[in-house]
Design a protein around this ligand. Structure first.
Ligand code: FE2
Ligand code: FE2
Length: 212
């Protein structure tokens, strides 16, 4: 385990990480599940739909980076801090894969990514202030909701777009594992009002990111 960073170091590192995330400079550690797949030309309507759905998924991953980094800043438990940073690192693959697919589709990330990042970062700071178990509970609920949301995208993504579908399938498996790992780490179950608020916030974010 590395030495705990000073608060200044931790915040500087968080700032640098935010800029890297928003600049689209994140590099995946694992190859994209779509790397070896054929990428047939899509009809215009299919390409636009895939682009919109992958933009929403990319926003979700921008938010995952912000949440985990914020949560790592507020926990006083060194092992948990390491776990959040490691989780953010693994989510980097999703971020890079969805960005790459957006490029291939000739589409773009959300113009509001700095706003989404800031909101998710704020939520992560608040969640982490309650307790470590609540913070982990927040991870479990986020990952569960993302998993369900990705399942919905698998119903909607064009059948022709095997590349986007392969990325979403792998992300869905990863998110389910993240939820399980956070549960095993001692997450508290969040109350129904918090879960509902999270669903509403996610609905607003995904609704807007579909278009902007
Ligand atoms: Fe993810
Ligand atoms: Fe995840």
């Amino acid at each position: 385990m590395r030495e705990p960073p000073t608060p200044l170091d931790a915040w500087l590192s968080a700032g640098e990480h935010a800029l890297r995330t928003l600049a689209g400079a994140s590099v995946a550690a694992r190859p994209s599940p779509a790397a070896e797949l054929p990428k047939p030309a899509l009809a215009d309507a299919e390409r636009r739909l895939s682009g919109a759905l992958m933009r929403v998924n990319h926003v979700g991953e921008v938010c995952a980076q912000a949440l985990y980094r914020a949560q790592s800043l507020v926990t006083s438990d060194a092992a948990l801090r390491e776990r959040f940073i490691e989780a953010a690192r693994e989510e980097t693959d999703h971020l890079a894969w969805t960005k790459q697919r957006l490029d291939e589709l000739g589409d773009r990330p959300s113009l509001l990514n700095p706003l989404w990042y800031a909101c998710a970062f704020g939520i992560g700071l608040v969640a982490g202030r309650f307790s470590d178990r609540t913070s982990l509970g927040f991870v479990v609920e986020t990952e569960r909701q993302v998993e369900q949301h990705l399942d919905g995208h698998l119903q909607r993504l064009p059948m022709n777009d095997g590349a986007s579908r392969a990325i979403v399938e792998r992300m869905k498996d990863d998110e389910a594992r993240h939820a399980m790992q956070a549960t095993q780490a001692g997450a508290a179950e969040l109350g129904a009002p918090v879960r509902l608020a999270m669903r509403i916030a996610a609905r607003v974010m995904t609704g807007v990111a579909h278009w902007v």
